[in-house]
Design a binder for this molecule. Structure first.
Ligand code: MRU
Length: 336
């Protein structure tokens, strides 16, 4: 059975508390939107698609346990809940896209003659549930299309070596040798390593400062990272450290891929300069498991993401195909 970060059945939502991994696999209940937003803000659950799915399902469970009695009440509750969830973390675009889509869907449905508040509530719940199914489908497609493309374009008879960063989970079932890079918050070593050990995929953990030497000495076939937001020209926000990997990959002549569902693409922004980059609490850098390891009094800058310019990106792997950055807009519109 594959790793489940989210367990959902109608009226009940649980998330794997990723703050406790790999020491313990504990599922925490999320009974509504406030708890959903807290789980996202504190990074119990993280990763751009998971943020949108948990956010939307937290709305679904609250609507199931406490259905509104009036249509106006439902519309206000959905709008305010989505605002709260979008505000929990700003850089990944998936939650914002989900909010815009749901608000538009609900306005259309509410205008249909004779529709009851119960019917509308059911439709919102079904809409949130459909995100879960779509994400599983898209992840499979991204994994398959990315693996085919990389196998066809690299000459690696002994098997490809992929270097990845942080945690995306989307290529974790490709089944080839993988080098993981970690970062100050240790998401590579805590989360991606956990997934790969679980899936029995051969992998080696390295630190961020070993990326250059690994590229020079370990025959890295490609770098594959995730994305929190890919904008119209292909510039991509992803976990901080992604940009430096792209610079290093260029220097070493290694292809650099971004694997992301179309729900992580934001064609309304022309370039990466307009992406809001979240800054996280300083304790994520200065403390490990609540124990201070950095010199007291030191200043800290802790942006969670950086932007990789499109000219460093070989291809963007989506559920609709693998596109060069300049092909993204057309590729996605044809895939719709
Ligand atoms: O801060 P996080 O852990 O939410 O950041 C995760 C990443 O940057 C991922 O690469 C991205 O969200 C894609 S997850 C499929």
């Amino acid at each position: 059975m594959s790793l489940e970060s989210v367990r959902y059945r109608r009226g009940s939502l649980q998330v794997l508390n990723q703050l406790l991994l790999p020491q313990s696999s504990q599922y925490d209940s999320v009974s509504g939107v406030r708890e959903g937003a807290d789980a996202i803000r504190t990074m119990k659950v993280r990763g751009a698609p998971a943020i949108a799915i948990v956010g939307s399902l937290s709305l679904a469970v609250e609507l199931t346990s406490n259905p509104p009695q009036q249509t106006a009440e439902l519309l206000t509750f959905v709008r305010e809940s989505m605002e709260r969830l979008v505000g929990a973390r700003p850089t990944a675009v998936n939650m914002k896209r989900a909010a815009d889509e749901l608000n538009a869907f609900l306005s259309r449905e509410a205008e249909k003659p004779g529709v009851t508040v119960q019917e509308l509530t059911d439709r919102v719940v079904q809409w949130a549930e459909s995100l879960l199914e779509k994400d599983v489908r898209d992840n499979r497609l991204i994994g398959d299309l990315g693996a085919q493309h990389i196998l066809q374009t690299t000459n690696a008879p002994a098997g490809v070596v992929i270097l990845t960063h942080c945690n995306t989970g989307s290529l974790a079932t490709a089944g080839y040798g993988t080098a993981l890079e970690t970062r100050p918050y240790n998401q590579g070593s805590r989360l991606t390593a956990y997934e790969l050990v679980y899936e029995k995929i051969p992998a080696t953990l390295i630190t961020d400062s070993m990326a250059a030497v690994t590229m020079r000495e370990r025959q890295v076939s490609a770098v594959v990272v995730g994305a929190d937001r890919v904008v119209a020209n292909g510039d991509t926000a992803n976990k901080v450290g992604t940009y430096q990997l792209a610079v290093l990959a260029k220097h070493h002549g290694i292809p650099f891929y971004v694997a992301a569902p179309s729900t992580s693409c934001d064609l309304s922004l022309p370039t990466g300069g307009s992406i809001v980059i979240e800054e996280r609490p300083s304790q994520e850098l200065t403390d490990i498991n609540g124990v201070r390891v950095a010199a007291p009094g030191i200043g800290v800058w802790n942006p969670a993401f950086d932007v990789t310019p499109h000219e460093l990106i070989t291809g963007i792997i989506t559920e609709h195909g693998v596109f060069r950055p300049e092909e993204l807009r057309d590729g996605l519109s044809q895939g719709k």
